[in-house]
Design a protein around this ligand. Sequence first.
Ligand code: BTN
Length: 145
Amino acid sequence: MVQATPFLLVLFLALGAHGLPAKKCSLTGRWVNDLGSNMTIESVNANGVFAGSYHTAVTATSNEIKVSPLQGSQQRGPNQKGQPTFGFTVNWSFSDSITVFTGQCFVDDDGKEVLKTMWLLRSRVENIKNDWKATRVGNNVFTRL
Ligand code: BTN
């Protein structure tokens, strides 16, 4: 007990008065969302820029689904505390549409990483009169595969 006291004191000082450091959320890796779509994000560079691929489980078209590229950016602001915001665009390789996602990478109460996102899916329409019906909105929750 006598030997343990200085050790515990040093440990407490090393960790700071706030206790254990919070687990950080990393975008890199393979994810699945609530629709069953799969996404792979390659490494995020020092500027927060990343690329990856997206295999959607659903489509608004009658086209055959193909894996599509994504490009995104993670916030690298000065107040980052390990749960970064991000955005990415999926340029669908099998349709004329584009989807933009925006969200935040969270660590939930069980210590699991989860991406909470919202998206806008822009479909191509034939003329400006149909612009009003060209954009869908929704949300997706991604968990790590
Ligand atoms: C298209 O239908 O033109 C392209 C595929 C769109 C798939 C959408 S994007 C938002 C939502 N989340 C998914 O994982 N898939 C759908």
